[in-house]
Design a protein around this ligand. Structure first.
Ligand code: SF4
Ligand code: SF4
Length: 143
């Protein structure tokens, strides 16, 4: 959580793993308090100060909402981008078992296509009610 643009969204305090503070994925950070947010906001670790999710990076860079989708607490989709073996990997995580079709919202299909055309690997992930992750890997390049 870094910006006033984050509003009430605290998805990044739950969904990603944050090894620097020993936070596993899909688990609330123990510093997170309901209706309060980060209980150590003024003293939060640097990794949290620096973090900007894909949505926030897009908004700060002036991308249109269509490119980045709605804020993660509203879209129920959290997007991570990182490098693996020299390739850009984009993970779209439909993190709410109550909204298993979140990735079917308008925009994602074209957006995924452009990411694949640009040579990225795209991983779509659904977090199921059981806590298990259902993952599909999309890659246009021949293996
Ligand atoms: S997930 Fe993105 S928008 Fe939500 S609190 Fe984290 S950085 Fe802000
Ligand atoms: S320390 Fe605060 S900002 Fe960082 S993950 Fe935990 S609750 Fe979120």
């Amino acid at each position: 959580m870094t910006e006033s643009l984050c509003g009430n969204c605290s998805v990044c305090c739950k969904i990603p793993s944050i090894p620097e503070i020993n936070k596993p994925s899909n688990t609330w950070c123990h510093h997170y308090a309901k209706r309060v947010g980060c209980s150590i906001y003024q003293d939060r670790p640097q990794v949290c100060r620096d973090f900007k999710c894909y949505w926030l990076q897009g908004v700060l860079a002036g991308y249109s909402k269509n490119r980045t989708g709605p804020r993660p607490d509203k879209s129920k989709v959290f997007v991570l981008e990182f490098e693996r073996d020299g390739r850009v990997v984009i993970q779209l995580i439909a993190y709410s078992p109550l909204h298993p079709r979140a990735l079917e919202a308008p925009g994602y299909k074209n957006w995924i296509k452009s990411a694949l055309d640009a040579g990225s690997v795209v991983e779509t992930i659904k977090i199921l009610g059981t806590g298990q992750w259902q993952k599909a890997v999309l890659d246009k390049r021949p293996g």
